[in-house]
Design a protein around this ligand. Structure first.
Ligand code: HEC
Ligand code: HEC
Length: 347
């Protein structure tokens, strides 16, 4: 079973059905992540948790199962909605159990196999560890692993699926996290218009998109670097501190004053679908993002030096035409084949 994402060939899909047990196979099959050669190196060590058909289907069932939360409702998929590249859309910051409001905007889930650490401040340094945060956070899923293990162990379907996915067949935190990772690792988004252009399959960019790409490379790619548009560092891009949440970002993790107000440089893949923008979702659309860089930069001791100009002004000067061109380029990063890929859709 190969997940192809190149050569214009359709995905050789995992069977998709209403019932996850039907997708579970008697003899498990290894899944391959097909990755374009222009992508960065994998950061996830697949040998420690090789994705298989049965692990993937189990991970998908867990991802969409509200019983992972204390209220039986708030699944991972509740906040990470596929149509919006797995972000939460109706709320600026995410809602958890009992309508509790978190302070951050849900991040998209795609190309996680290439990330060095996770969340806006890098609080998790391994994909397998990341879900512990939402599962146990009061304003998210507000649950405990012993509670989840007890619930799943009473469900015969899960008993069969864990047995089919893992040699030891156990329903335990380790296998729950590994299955979730197998599902998320397969979420490679590499079939946008920009990818097809890079693969030279005859796709061309319009004059506006080409101008936008040039501007992006000149003005944005020192931080939004490489094919995933992130150098994976933490930086202060000049947002004013939010009086409501007082979120100091990376400082929370390192305790270093020099990390105050720094957040992870996000990948911009599928950016058209992941509005609203920034760690707290304060900017409603891409126009507002470009206005922020051009005219909205707030000074502070940790403001990124790249946003300070020699004449003492702050930000990235952009004309209205240049903003429109950059936005046209950013929209070439939308990968509809990923956003509507049935393999990742809720059962
Ligand atoms: C209540 C809403 C909510 C729920 C439920 C939720 N998440 Fe998230 N997720 C978020 C938010 C908000 C962030 C950003 C967190 C931060 O920066 O502190 C995030 C970040 C992540 C990231 C990091 C992405 C990156 O690029 O670094 C992963 C992976 C993830 N979630 C997976 C999951 C999984 C798996 C589950 C289910 C076990 C889950 N989430 C449940 C809201 C949610
Ligand atoms: C100095 C480094 C830097 C530069 C230069 C920069 N960015 Fe950013 N960008 C960031 C950081 C850091 C964030 C996340 C900030 C936050 O949420 O607190 C971000 C966030 C964004 C977001 C929101 C992403 C999301 O998922 O919410 C967009 C869109 C964006 N930048 C586009 C651009 C464009 C277009 C340019 C060039 C005009 C640019 N950036 C230049 C560092 C930079």
């Amino acid at each position: 079973m190969i997940f192809s994402c190149g050569d214009n060939e359709p995905y050789e899909a995992v069977p998709v059905s209403e019932d996850p047990l039907e997708d579970t196979v008697a003899t498990d099959i290894a899944l391959t992540l097909e990755i374009p050669d222009y992508f960065p190196d994998l950061t996830y060590d697949l040998s420690q948790n090789p994705p298989t058909q049965n692990g993937f289907v189990l991970g998908k069932k867990l991802f969409y199962d509200g019983r992972l939360a204390s209220d039986g409702v708030v699944s991972c998929g509740f906040c990470h909605i596929q149509a919006f590249a797995f972000t939460h859309h109706t709320h600026i910051t995410s809602h958890g159990v009992d309508g509790a409001i978190g302070k951050r905007n849900a991040q998209p889930l795609h190309n996680l196999a290439f990330m060095e650490d996770f969340t806006w401040d890098g609080a998790a340094d391994h994909l397998d560890a990341q879900p512990i945060i939402p599962i146990t956070t009061e304003v998210e899923m507000n649950n405990t692993f012993s509670n989840i293990v007890a619930t799943l162990s009473q469900d015969p379907e899960y008993v069969d699926m864990f047995a089919a996915a893992f040699d030891n067949g156990q329903i335990d935190p380790d296998n729950i996290l590994k299955a979730l990772s197998q599902f998320m690792l397969m979420m490679v988004s590499a079939d946008s218009k920009y990818d097809r252009y890079l693969r030279n399959d005859g796709t061309t960019l319009t004059a506006e998109e080409t101008a936008g790409l040039g501007l992006f490379e000149a003005k944005c790619s020192s931080c939004h670097a490489g094919m995933l548009q992130t150098d994976q560092t933490y930086r202060n891009n000049g947002l004013s501190i939010d009086p409501e949440f007082n979120d100091l970002g990376r400082f929370r993790v390192t305790g270093q004053p020099s990390d105050s107000l720094k957040f992870k440089v996000p990948s911009l893949r599928n950016i058209e679908a992941t509005f609203p923008y920034m760690h707290d979702g304060r900017l409603p659309d891409l126009e507002a993002v470009l206005d922020h860089y051009a005219n909205g930069i707030t000074d502070s001791p940790t403001l990124d030096p790249l946003l300070r100009n020699e004449d003492g002004s702050l930000g990235i000067p952009l004309t209205a035409l240049e903003k429109a061109q950059i936005i046209a380029f950013l929209k070439t990063l939308t990968d509809d084949n990923f956003i509507f890929d049935e393999r990742f859709a809720e059962f």
